[in-house]
Design a protein around this ligand. Sequence first.
Ligand code: GLP
Length: 243
Amino acid sequence: MSDKQLQEKHDLNVIIVDDKEEGGRKAFELVEEAVQNGAQVLGLATGSSPVPLYNEMKNSETDYSHLISINLDEYVGLPEDHPQSYHTFMYEHLFQYKPFKKTFIPNGLGDEEEEIKRYNRVIEEYPIDLQILGIGTNAHIGFNEPGTPFLQETHMEKLTDATIEANKRYFETEEDVPKYAFSMGIKSIVSAKKIILMAYGEQKAEAISKMINGPITEEVPASILQTHDDVTIIVDKAAASKL
Ligand code: GLP
């Protein structure tokens, strides 16, 4: 990503759906099209927003066993088999039904420096054809919180209070929510040829509005998508209500 690319603005393609099930079907159509057109590497996301898409994928006839997947992030400190790890999430929602040729997810127990190097090598070796994204209520993508430099690659991110608050529903107590995560950087996310971002519900409306209509700023990580020429945003009416 060069300074020139950072300045170029593109219109984001916005699809407003009735509910997340319809959103999942729309996203699935785009994934199918990309796979049929030869996509080899899918960038995958966790969170509730991509689940309807993963349901469509798991119930489809499509074979994914020739594809590589690279996930965005993982909580630091959680072993792979922890119920709230993103390894467990991906296995439960997709990989147990649809095996991929190779799947990559950061190792939450990995040594910081080595894990960052390893993951950057993975992303370099397998350029992402299609990146799936959700968005945080504070407009984070992956775990790139507001203020993360756009040009940063894989790194360890300190989670903001807003993210800990939003994600505590998955843990027994707020203290159990990890405070750090390994995340693919924004630079790598926008290197994907094609991007699909899904968001549902009123709590995402502000982030969606700032991402699409606000200034491109590191304070709104998802605003970087305005510089990408192939982004589809799938939102329900509530998430689109401030557009
Ligand atoms: C987490 C993930 C993000 C995800 C966000 C929103 O913080 N790291 O990748 O987009 O949650 O999750 P949800 O889709 O459940 O609202």
